[in-house]
Design a protein. Structure first.
Length: 246
């Protein structure tokens, strides 16, 4: 909705309660699209979802073991590095601080142009309105790590519980409330922070403060929710599912 094209590569939950595929499907999006359909979606509305099992069919042999283990494995590291869209701009969360520079270097070697890998000191794999956010950036041949806090961005403090994900049903309600401008809670603030970083990565914002402003305007204007409706429609999804959540 802010004008930046997004090629999201994701899967169902394995070590969490809710994966990106579960969330989008729960919002009415048809997730099992072929590559040419995803390409069309990105070209026409600026967003597309690549369901990992369809793009990496050999991975299905590892899924039973991953689900049985219920812990992070090497696939939690490999998966985010295998975006089939060959994207040049990446914002990637990591679950260990020392993985941030490693992942940035790997994406550099995969010909990425601009990369942000992020880790929060509370063990969260994204920017959050608490603790210290470590951002490793690759750009113009250099890799640097910076630390920022939510106070640096004029975002109010919160607790871990305030941003903790719930069940799929809870997360669906939260997503709709945020995208339809019905809340400004801690989860909303976390969305602003991460969206701002993506906008900066994609050269749509000069800095994180401008990115936050663009993200807020996108939600408040209704563009964010409209983009979700467009994704449901172009994917051949179920509009009634989304309507039932509003």
């Amino acid at each position: 909705g802010a004008g930046l094209s997004v090629a999201k590569h994701g899967n169902r939950a394995v070590t969490s309660n809710c994966g990106s595929a579960d969330l989008l499907e729960g919002l009415g999006v048809k997730i099992d699209l072929k590559p040419e359909q995803v390409k069309e979606s990105i070209e026409k509305i600026g967003i597309g979802f690549m369901f990992a099992p369809l793009f990496h069919p050999a991975m299905k042999f590892a899924m039973p073991t991953r689900r049985a283990l219920k812990i992070r494995t090497v696939f939690n590291i490999l998966g985010p590095l295998t975006n089939p869209a060959n994207a040049k701009y990446h914002v990637l969360g990591v679950f260990q601080k020392d993985l941030a520079p490693i992942m940035a270097k790997v994406l550099r070697d995969l010909d990425a142009e601009h990369v942000y890998t992020v880790y929060n000191s509370y063990g969260i794999d994204e920017l959050a309105p608490l603790g210290i956010n470590y951002i490793t950036e690759y750009y113009n041949g250099r890799i640097e790590t910076h630390a920022i806090t939510n106070q640096d961005l004029n975002i109010p403090d919160c607790s871990v519980e305030d941003i903790q994900a719930g069940s799929l049903e809870e997360n669906l309600k939260i997503a709709v409330k945020i995208l339809s401008n019905q809340t400004t809670d801690a989860k909303y603030m976390a969305i602003l922070m991460n969206t701002a970083l993506a906008l900066k990565c994609g050269k749509m914002a000069e800095d994180l403060q401008e990115g936050i402003s663009i993200a807020k305007n996108t939600i408040e204007s209704g563009k964010a929710f409209k983009k979700l409706e467009e994704l449901v429609e172009i994917s051949g999804g179920n509009k009634e599912i989304l309507k039932s959540l509003v």
